[in-house]
Design a protein around this ligand. Structure first.
Ligand code: NDP
Ligand code: MG
Length: 381
C-alpha cells in the first residue's frame, strides 16, 4: 500500500487525486491533507480519508477546523511549518504537490530532503526552483513524477528511450478560449470570458494562465527542468482538441506521443501507480468519434506571455522567478477586476525589464526575487 501526502487537496487536482484514491482504496492510504482555507471541503475529506495530519495554511481557519472535528483523532497544523510537516510526515512514500503557486517550493524541497517521491502538479515550483530541485532529487534518489498532462505525456513517451536521443519535445497547447483572436479583440476580455476553458475544468489561476498562454510558457520552463533539454528543443504546438497530450521527436525522426481524453485523472494515476497502468474510471478515447485533429503554430505576438517565458528561460537564473511571480500577482489582480486582461503580459514584461537576473539563485534569493517583484508591481499601481 502506497502512502500519500496531498498538498492542495481541496483544489481541482487535489479532489481528482482523491477520486483516484477512492477508486483504488486497497492501493493507497492518505497520510496528510493540506489546503489554504476551504475547511468545509477539507473536513469532508478528513472524515472520508482519515489522514493522520491535516494542514490549513490560514491560522484562524485551522483553529475553526480543530473545533469542528474534535471527535476525530487527527493532528491539525497551520502555516508554512504545517505544510512542511505534511510534506515530510514520516509514513508517507509520495507527496502529491497540487498547491497553486510558488508557495510550493519549500514543502517540495523539504519532502525531497526527507526522501519522498514527488508527484508534481505544482509547476510554479519547478519554474522558479528547477535548478535546485532536480539535482537535489537526483542526489536523494527520489523520483519527480510529472502530473501536468503534457509532461506526463512526454514522460510516458520517454519510457524505454534514451533522453540523449531526444531531438525535440512537441509540447501541445489547446490555445485556450481566445485562440485565433487578435490583440484588439483581447482588449476588453472579462474575467467570466477568460474562465471558460474549452477542454479542461481547472482551478481559477491556471484557467487564466491558459487564456493568456502563460500556462504554456510555464510548461516550457517546466519541461526544460524535467527532461533536461535546451530551449530550442521545445516546440509549442497548438492543438485545439487536447487529445495528443504531447509528443517526443527522436533523433531518427520517429515521433512518439501519448493520446487520451482530456481527463487529469489519467496523469494523476499514472504518477501514483508508476510504472504500473491500471484501468481508468472515466471516458476512454474514441478515435472514430473524434475523426480529425488540428495543429497550428502559436501566435507569440498576440499571446505575448508565451514569448516572455522563452525570454525568461533564455536569460535564466532568477528571471523565470520574476516571470512567474509577476504573473501570480497580475492574475490575482485580474481576477479581482483591478486590471485588464492584456495588463497581465504587460506587467510581466515590465517586471522582467526591471530585473537584473541573478545566476543560479539560492532558495533565499528566489524568495527575495519574488518579494522584490511584488514590490516593483505595487510601486506602479
Ligand atoms: P486550485 O486553485 O483548484 O487548487 C489549489 C489548491 O491549493 C487548493 O486546495 C488550495 O486550498 C490549495 N492552496 C493554495 N494556497 C495554499 C497554501 N498557501 N497552503 C496550502 N494549500 C494551498 O488549483 P489547481 O488544482 O487547478 O492547480 C494546482 C496546481 O496544479 C497548479 O500549480 C496548477 O498549475 C497545476 N495544474 C493544474 C491542472 C488542472 O487541471 N487543474 C493541470 C496541470 C497542472 P483552498 O481550496 O483552501 O484555497
Ligand atoms: Mg498542462
Amino acid at each position: 500500500m502506497k502512502k500519500i501526502a496531498l498538498l492542495g487537496s481541496t483544489g481541482s487536482i487535489g479532489t481528482q487525486t482523491l477520486d483516484v484514491v477512492r477508486h483504488y482504496k486497497d492501493d493507497f492510504q492518505v497520510t496528510a491533507l493540506a489546503a489554504s482555507s476551504n475547511i468545509t471541503r477539507l473536513e469532508e475529506q478528513i472524515r472520508e480519508f482519515k489522514p493522520k495530519m491535516a494542514v490549513v495554511f490560514n491560522e484562524d481557519k485551522a483553529v475553526e477546523l480543530k473545533r469542528n472535528i474534535q471527535d476525530l483523532d487527527v493532528e491539525i497544523l497551520s502555516g508554512m511549518d504545517g505544510l512542511i510537516a505534511a510534506a515530510t510526515e514520516e509514513s508517507a512514500d509520495i507527496v502529491l504537490t497540487a498547491v497553486v503557486g510558488m508557495i510550493g517550493i519549500r514543502p517540495t524541497i523539504a519532502a525531497i530532503e526527507a526522501g519522498k517521491d514527488i508527484a508534481l502538479a505544482n509547476k510554479e515550483t519547478l519554474v522558479t526552483a528547477g535548478h535546485l530541485i532536480m539535482p537535489l532529487a537526483k542526489a536523494k534518489g527520489v523520483k519527480i513524477l510529472p502530473v501536468d498532462s503534457e509532461h506526463s505525456a512526454i514522460f510516458q513517451s520517454l519510457q524505454g528511450e534514451k533522453r540523449s536521443q531526444i531531438h525535440k519535445i512537441l509540447l501541445t497547447a489547446s490555445g485556450g478560449p481566445f485562440r485565433g483572436r487578435s490583440l484588439v479583440e483581447l482588449k476588453n476580455i472579462q474575467v467570466e470570458d477568460a474562465l471558460k476553458h474549452p477542454n479542461w475544468v481547472m482551478g481559477r489561476k491556471i484557467t487564466i494562465d491558459s487564456a493568456t498562454m502563460v500556462n504554456k510558457g510555464l510548461e516550457v520552463i517546466e519541461a526544460r527542468w524535467l527532461f533536461d533539454v535546451g530551449l530550442d528543443q521545445i516546440q509549442v504546438v497548438v492543438h485545439p482538441e487536447s487529445v495528443i497530450h504531447s509528443a517526443v521527436e527522436f533523433d531518427d525522426s520517429a515521433v512518439i506521443a501519448q493520446l487520451g481524453t482530456p481527463d487529469m485523472r489519467l496523469p494523476i494515476q499514472y504518477a501514483l501507480f508508476y510504472p504500473d497502468r491500471k484501468p481508468m474510471h472515466g471516458e476512454w478515447l474514441d478515435l472514430f468519434k473524434l475523426g480529425t485533429l488540428h495543429f497550428e503554430k502559436p501566435d507569440m505576438e498576440v499571446f505575448r506571455g508565451l514569448k516572455l517565458a522563452y525570454e525568461a528561460l533564455e536569460i535564466g537564473g532568477s528571471m523565470p522567478t520574476v516571470f512567474n511571480a509577476a504573473n501570480e500577482m497580475a492574475v490575482a489582480a485580474f481576477l479581482d477586476r483591478k486590471i485588464g486582461f492584456l495588463d497581465i503580459p504587460e506587467i510581466i514584461g515590465a517586471a522582467m525589464e526591471n530585473h537584473r537576473a541573478v545566476p543560479s539563485p539560492s532558495l533565499n534569493e528566489i524568495l527575495d526575487t519574488e518579494q522584490a517583484t511584488y514590490e516593483f508591481i505595487e510601486s506602479r499601481w
